[in-house]
Design a protein around this ligand. Structure first.
Ligand code: ADP
Length: 275
């Protein structure tokens, strides 16, 4: 039994005959930062989509903490401990920064719906509805405790990006700069306290100083022991932050290892770095 946090074996995904991911195996150990690099179309995002449950594999297996997740729904995978961001940055445009962060927490909370579960027992839908109405109006100690703990998590994540998001915490996401939208998205993912943070090109579309800021934040997360799976084009950032680098080409892994070793690998230079 492997002690990897994430274990991926012989993963395959086709799109109408095209093998986007054709037999990929790798692992991420607790506390590691692992990056996947490779030319456009090499299967990086498809791999992330498979790991996070956005896509189902045609073959192979994915385990998180020893539990198979390759057939699980993405919401269950999130609850089990994987949070992600997207290549193009996805936030809810009309929600504030704070509410965007809170949405992430709610997407995996189940404990706040006890009466729905009771409804399965009683088969009388009006009883749980009345009970929920009562709770909505008067609250319960548990609900108030949960409210306080959610508020604390949101504030912690805003504090992480204090200089950038602090002054904007109540502003709607549509009014934010692109870089602040992406920071909000990372904060939302971190609010889930994920075992594994999956980042798809977190610096795409960012200028040099914004990229340097993301690098500093990644190094901070790494120092905190956060396990990260990263897809990123900016090689200087990848080489600085990663413990290991996986190189994909044509849906397969063509090299894997410590950043400096990968950089010198002739197959990598041919397929990617040399282009
Ligand atoms: P990368 O992230 O490395 O740029 P992708 O994983 O996005 O690569 O894509 C790998 C291959 O799979 C590409 O040839 C791409 O066109 C194809 N592909 C990805 N998603 C789809 C899809 N939903 N339908 C059809 N082909 C897809």
């Amino acid at each position: 039994m492997s002690d990897a946090l994430l274990q991926v074996d012989d993963l395959e995904r086709h799109f109408e005959g095209l093998k986007a991911v054709g037999g990929v195996s790798f692992h991420v150990s607790p506390g590691e930062v692992v990056s996947i690099i490779g030319p456009n179309g090499s299967g990086k995002t498809t791999t992330l989509n498979l790991v996070t449950g956005a896509l189902r594999p045609n073959a192979g297996s994915i385990s998180l903490d020893g539990v198979r997740i390759d057939r699980a729904r993405s919401v269950d995978i999130a609850e089990h401990g994987i949070a992600r961001t997207f290549q193009n940055g996805r936030v809810f445009a009309t929600l504030s920064v704070a509410d965007n962060i809170e949405v992430g927490i709610h997407s995996t909370l189940r404990a706040h719906r006890p009466f729905r579960r009771l409804s399965h027992l009683f088969l009388l839908r009006w009883i749980p509805l009345l009970a929920e109405l009562f709770v909505a109006i008067f609250g319960t100690p548990a609900a108030r405790r949960e409210r306080r703990s959610i508020d604390a998590i949101v504030e912690t994540e805003i504090d992480r990006f204090e200089a950038r998001l602090g002054p904007r915490r109540d502003d709607p996401a549509y009014s934010l700069s692109y870089a602040n939208r992406r920071r909000t998205e990372i904060a939302r993912a971190l609010a889930l306290k994920p075992k594994l943070l999956v980042l798809d090109e977190p610096t795409a579309g960012m200028n040099q100083s914004e990229t340097a800021e993301v690098l500093a934040q990644l190094l901070q997360l790494k120092a905190e022991g956060q396990t990260i799976l990263l897809v990123e084009h900016k090689l200087d950032l990848v080489m600085t932050v990663s413990d290991r680098v996986i190189v994909m080409d044509g849906g397969r892994i063509i090299a894997e290892g410590a950043p400096q070793a990968v950089r010198r690998d002739p197959a990598v230079i041919e397929a990617y770095l040399g282009r």
